[in-house]
Ligand binder design. Structure first.
Ligand code: B12
Length: 464
């Protein structure tokens, strides 16, 4: 074996994910694997999702030691660090890649990675794997898109790796190397619908200040509609799913592309229900009707805030009205909407929180999720608050989600904001029903009063 690829996500160790049970395969390492195989390298995958650490340790022990490449994101850091430690001890050479390591080169090298791969992995690994097998550190200096420790202990970062120009020329992810049917089955068992995932493009050209662009920068490369339709058709024939998730950052960026794709899907009779993420400013009535026509049943929209001031501070490039219009267009077309909302962005005050509550009440999406903003290293948001960021834990035991920002409101404050939002939305929904239960309405009203009092009481408490 020339390289073993893995990721640090073990579903069965995560009580929260065990309740959600919506796993998808790690497309990034599967794309790398199919590319390397096409180039004649013997690449294998250890898919940790349904496995245990012990199974991985056994495989690494079994050897013979080769190269282990690990995908890391901000949630899997501590597991990836543990895998690095075990692999090094057993004599493996180690690489890390994915959206997080480029922002923490020194830390990952100190944690046992021999090389950090920055950006897209395919072309870099095609050169890096043979170089590592030849044990020639000199060759590493010639490989773009990596960071490593030179013989004198200094950290070398080579030139950025050029992106793959024609992503249609790439082979599809090597799904046949993992237990794909298990993913589809888990979905079917827990949600009544087996699901598959695919991507139609790479990269997002927008510049929301909190978003991580570590892998693809601000570029946007799309596949050809027919190529995506081919992959979808293959997925349907091979795994018989009842739905799909299009895992692009923003599915409806390019309207012309969407209309061509829709024509292709319709021509082939491939109407598989699907969900996707989009932006309100990339949805209009023709786009929404087209989405409905080809089976889209839910669109996720990053609404973030109901305060235009905060949206502008995020450089979101969207107005509150656009979000309201997009949600109502989707509703008229029979498409559900899911909304992501963020508390605590720089400058957010009580009045902005009230504006968000009003916005969600008026817009009434089918589902919404809230997060307290966290500054991901490498983003403009992180740079803006860097001198106030504190991490109470050791790097290898924590994640960027655990950052505390000095002088921001306390976690308790945002819990009250959440309670206010949920109770207000619920009250509105219940209030619209003719047979609304009076006791239920009264309980929600008192919850709202408590949340507002809590917000006032904790308003001057700082986070860290
Ligand atoms: C799909 C997705 C998910 C799915 C994951 C399902 C799955 N298994 O794929 C779900 C919804 C579960 C999810 C959840 C989360 N996600 Co997410 N997600 C994505 C998304 C939209 C697409 C991933 C994808 O398939 N990309 C396409 C492939 C081709 O790209 P790739 O994975 O990056 O792989 C390339 C390179 O990274 C590199 N590479 C990858 N692996 C390796 C390994 C080695 C050894 C090497 C050398 C190179 C390498 O080469 C690959 C091919 O070029 C990305 C954004 C994006 N466009 O990538 C965000 C993204 C990865 N998610 C992100 C975040 C923050 C989260 C959450 C923390 C959100 C939350 N608040 O809960 C959780 C974490 C979940 C967890 N426990 O890990 C961030 C990560 C930021 C960071 N610095 O880590 C991203 C980048 C979004 C963003 N822009 O902020 N996510």
């Amino acid at each position: 074996m020339d390289i073993l690829l893995t990721h640090g996500y073990f579903l069965y160790e995560d009580p929260k994910e065990l309740q959600i049970m919506k796993p998808y395969p790690p497309l990034g390492i599967l794309y790398i694997c199919s590319h390397l195989r096409q180039k004649g390298l013997n690449a294998e995958v250890f898919d940790s999702t349904f496995s245990s650490r012990q199974q991985l340790w056994d495989l690494l022990k079994q050897g013979p030691p080769s190269i282990l490449g690990i995908y890391a994101n901000l949630m899997t850091r501590s597991t990836v660090v543990e895998i690095l430690g075990v692999a090094k001890e057993l004599g493996w050479q180690t690489l890390v890649g994915g959206p997080e390591p480029g922002a923490y080169v020194h830390e990952y090298l100190a944690a046992g990675a021999d090389v950090v791969v920055i950006g897209e992995g395919e072309l870099t690994l095609e050169e890096l794997v043979p170089a590592l097998h030849s044990h020639s550190i000199d060759k590493l200096h010639q490989i773009d898109g990596i960071a490593f420790k030179a013989q004198d202990g200094s950290v070398v970062r080579t030139k950025p790796r050029e992106q793959i120009r024609d992503i249609d020329a790439q082979p599809w992810p090597a799904r046949e190397l993992i237990d794909m049917s298990r993913y589809v089955e888990v979905w079917r068992e827990h949600h009544g619908m087996g699901s598959v995932s695919l991507i139609t493009a790479r990269g997002c050209p927008y510049h929301c200040r909190w978003c991580s662009h570590e892998v693809f920068g601000k570029t946007h490369r799309r596949r050809k509609p027919a190529s995506v339709a081919d992959e979808l058709e293959w997925l349907i024939n091979r795994y018989r799913p009842q739905m799909a998730w299009i895992a692009d950052d923003v599915f409806t960026i390019h309207h012309g592309w969407l209309f061509q794709y829709a024509a292709e899907i319709k021509k082939r009779g491939l109407k598989l229900p699907f969900e996707c993420i989009s932006r309100a400013d990339r949805l209009n009535s023709r786009v929404v009707e087209t989405l409905a026509d080809i089976g889209c049943f839910r669109v996720w929209i990053g609404s973030e805030s109901g305060s235009q001031r905060i949206l502008d501070a995020m450089e979101r490039g969207v107005t509150v009205e656009q979000v309201q219009t997009a949600v109502s267009l989707c509703r008229s077309a029979g498409i559900q909407t899911g909304m992501f909302l963020m508390w605590g962005y720089e400058g957010e005050e009580l009045s902005d929180i009230e504006a968000t509550v009003e916005h969600v009440k008026n817009t009434d999406p089918d589902i919404f999720f809230t997060t307290v903003a966290y500054p991901i290293k490498g983003t403009p948001y992180f740079s803006e608050v860097a001198d106030r960021v504190e991490n109470l834990k050791l790097w290898k035991e924590s994640s960027d989600r655990e950052f505390r920002i000095r002088s921001r409101h306390s976690r308790q404050f945002y819990k009250f904001a959440d309670k206010l939002l949920r109770s207000e939305v619920e009250l509105r929904r219940l209030g619209l029903k003719a047979d609304a239960d009076e006791a239920g309405l009264a309980a929600l009203r008192s919850g709202i009063a408590e949340a507002r009092a809590g917000l006032q009481a904790t308003h001057s408490e700082a986070e860290a």
